[in-house]
Design a protein. Structure first.
Ligand code: PMP
Length: 443
């Protein structure tokens, strides 16, 4: 699923402690787990955009969007601590927190998904949010088949893994699903990537229906993170969403990655495209590290499911989770993090474009807010992807105290997606580390 994934047999030349921890992990944890880095990082402390390992070494975190405000943000720590001391139960009792938070959350949505017109539900993981979204979509359309992109990741459950080709060939795609290539303006060279993508979606619907499967919807992460970070020109998704609606399907916007101010221009990734999803799913950054996720849908969309099927998620929407989520929304506003993401993200993009002039192997640089993709190629003319180089760059960056990872079908796109605490000063640190890493690799 992530090119920067290793199992312990790769871990040669480790110091005694790292080796012991790696071996112990291998002995007791399920074999599906993977580690980042050939020399795994043992983190013990975090603050803002920084992480520290067991030897006291500091790293600039350019990867983690879960602690989106910054690691151990005091507002979240304090809110969770206070609520935990008071009460933690579940959604079968009355509690004000979940209601106050929902009012606040819906106020961030476009009017069609706003207060009075939409409703929210809560879970603990992005997978659960998407799983429910797929069930809701089936209930409201009477259809069964979903369209996802060829390197998408939407979750771990049976339903969501069936539309998650990023899990690799060992994970079968649902027979009712169809995959479409992601709208990659760099690789397709399409003049109008929106029209290009809409055509693929139209063809996939036709193919699905010709085999007797009724179309239920399109599920997409509007920044196409695992497809290689493809923000594209704002607005380009609108045509595909229109195709979906005309065919009687619903559009599920998976905001687990682009949501909560990440893309800078708008609070939600889908909003960059001026589209109104039928269902929005939320996760990762929602609780700044506390497992909380959610789903927002128009009332009539949700009703088709909720009138028939009860839903209770033991931990979902509990007062402590809601306290964390509330602290996140409040802090994004109080610290002006959406604007910050836009300003610092633009600065980073500009600096990376200067860097690209010095290194031929940088084929493309793209981003929205603090979500940036840097694509490495063997040759700028042929655009042949260079996945092995990307992995070497990750290792070099790690040695220079910068943590990140890779994305895309060829694993050749550096995914630069730091906590929003990432500051102007960090741009220089990151770009210098990249410059030095590419130079050290002779590229
Ligand atoms: N959707 C997207 C776009 C994701 O990136 C992820 C997690 N990587 C998920 C859904 C699943 O979220 P979780 O791991 O919290 O279940």
């Amino acid at each position: 699923m992530d090119g920067n994934s290793f199992r312990a047999e790769h871990a040669d030349g480790l110091d005694a402690t790292t080796r012991a921890l790696t071996e112990r992990r291998d002995a007791v944890l399920g074999g599906s787990y993977r580690l980042f880095y050939r020399r795994p990082v043992h983190l013990v402390h975090g603050r803002g955009q920084y992480l520290w390992d067991a030897d006291g070494r500091r790293y600039l975190d350019v990867y983690n969007n879960v602690a989106s405000l910054g690691h151990c943000h005091p507002a979240v720590v304090e809110a969770v601590h206070r609520q935990m001391q008071e009460l933690n139960t579940h959604t079968r009792y009355l509690h004000r927190r979940i209601l106050d938070y929902t009012d606040d959350l819906l106020a961030t949505m476009p009017p069609e998904l706003g207060p009075g017109r939409a409703r929210a539900m809560y879970m603990c993981t992005g997978s659960e949010a998407n799983d429910l979204a797929l069930r809701v979509a089936r209930a409201v359309t009477g259809g069964e088949g979903f369209i996802a992109t060829t390197e998408a990741y939407h979750g771990t459950s049976e339903l969501t893994s069936g539309v998650s080709p990023a899990l690799g060939s060992g994970q079968p795609i649902a027979p009712t699903a169809r995959l479409v290539p992601a709208p990659d303006a760099y690789r397709t060279g399409a003049a109008d990537v929106g029209a290009w993508f809409a055509d693929r979606v139209r063809a996939a619907i036709a193919d699905m229906e010709s085999s007797g499967t009724r179309f239920a919807g399109l599920v997409a992460d509007s920044i196409f993170s695992s497809d290689g970070v493809l923000p594209g020109p704002a607005g380009y998704l609108a045509e595909a969403v229109d195709v979906v609606h005309r065919a009687g399907g619903v559009f599920i916007a998976d905001e687990v990655q682009p949501g909560f101010a990440r893309t800078g221009e708008e609070f939600w990734g889908f909003a960059r495209h001026g589209v109104v999803p039928d269902v929005v799913t939320l996760g990762k950054p929602m609780g700044n590290g506390v497992p909380v996720s959610g789903l927002v849908a128009r009332e009539e969309v949700l009703a088709a499911f909720s009138d028939r099927v009860p839903y209770f998620n033991t931990f979902g929407g509990n007062p402590v989770s809601m306290a964390a989520a509330q602290a996140v929304l409040t802090t994004i506003r109080a610290e002006g993090l959406q604007e910050h993401s836009l300003v610092v993200g633009s600065l980073l993009l500009a600096e990376l474009r200067v860097l690209a002039q010095r290194h031929e192997c940088v084929g493309d640089v793209r981003g929205a807010g603090l979500f940036t993709g840097l694509e490495l190629v063997r040759d700028r003319g042929t655009r042949e992807p260079d996945g092995p180089l990307a992995l070497e760059v990750l290792e070099e960056l790690r040695e220079r105290g910068v943590l990140t990872s890779v994305a895309g079908p060829h694993g050749n796109v550096l995914k630069l997606r730091p906590p929003l605490a990432f500051a102007r000063e960090d741009v220089g640190t990151l770009v210098t580390a990249l410059d030095d890493s590419l130079t050290a690799l002779g590229r």
